[in-house]
Design a protein around this ligand. Sequence first.
Ligand code: F6P
Length: 326
Amino acid sequence: MGTIKCIGILTSGGDAPGMNAAVRAVTRSAIYNGLEVKAIYRGYKGLITGEIETFRTQNVSNIIQQGGTILKTARCKEFMTPEGRQEAYETLQREGIDALVCIGGDGTLTGARIFATEHNYPIVGLPGTIDNDLFGTDSTIGYDTALNTIMDAVDKIRDTATSHERLFFIEVMGRDAGFLALNGAIATGSEAAIIPEIATEYDQLGELIKNGFRKSKNSSIVLVAESPLTGGAMAMAERVKNEYPQYDVRVTILGHIQRGGSPTAFDRILASRMGAAAIDALLEDQRNVMIGIQNDEIVYVPFNKAIKNDKPINRDLLNTLRILSI
Ligand code: F6P
C-alpha cells in the first residue's frame, strides 16, 4: 500500500436499494483509513464530464435508509469506446484519483474490467443489482429488498386472485436470470416460476397446465421472469387464454417498483460490509476484483470470473417450489 491516497466512488447501471449504504460505507471506511474520497456523479458518464465532488463523512449522513443512489446513475455509451475511456482516464489523472470503487451490476463490472486492463488502473467492484446474477457472491446488494418488494406485491395480488378465482401471471425483473422469480415464488407460495435457466417456456407452461394448475385451489399465481426465453408474462397469458379458455387469466408486470424502496436490514448490512471490504481490498493491493459474500464470509472474486461465468440457479429450490405447490 502507500500509493493510494485518494479513491473515487461511483454507482452505475440500474440502481439498487442499498447502493447508498454502500456509498456510505466506502466513504467512511476510506476516510477512517486516511484516504481522500471523491464522488463521481452519474456513473462512468461523470468520469467523462468531470462531475466530481470531494466527499466528507457528513456527505453520506442520513442515507443508509434511502433507496436509489445519491450519486445518480447512468448507462454510459461513450465509456464503451476507447476514446471515452481515455477521457475518463484523463479526468482521473487531473483529479488525482488513484483508484476506483465501482458499484453496479454486470455491465458496470464489465466496463470496470476493460478500463482497468486498458489503463492498468486499480478498481474494486461491489455487486449492486437487484438481479443477483453475479457469479462468486451468494447475494448482490439490492436483491433481498427487491425480493421483499415482490413478496409484498404478490401477497396483495393474491387477495384479488382468490376472490375472483383467477390465474395470474406476474412478471418480475431479472434481465436474463431467474433468481427473483424463483425465490419470489417460494416466498409467496406461488404455483410455479417460469425462469430462463430451465427448459423452454413452452415445456414449462405445458407441464403446469398438464398438472391442472392446482385443481384443488381457487386461484393460481405464476411468477414469470422477464426474458426473451420465457417470453414474459404477456406471452404466457396469451397462450393460456387461447389454448385453455376455461382459465380466467390476468397479467401484472411489476416493473420498476422492484428497484425502489428503503433497503432491508439484510441489504444494509451486506452493503456496509462490502463497502468496508472494498477499502480493505485496495489497501491490501487487491486489483480488479469484485467483493463477494460466500457463506457469510467476504471474498474477492476476479472480475473475469464474476462477469463471465453464469451464476447457477440452485435446482433444489425448484424442487422445493414444486413439492410445496401440490
Ligand atoms: O439490472 C437491473 C434491471 O432492473 C433488470 O432487472 C432489468 O432488466 C433492467 O435493469 C431494466 O433496465 P432499465 O431501467 O434501464 O429499463
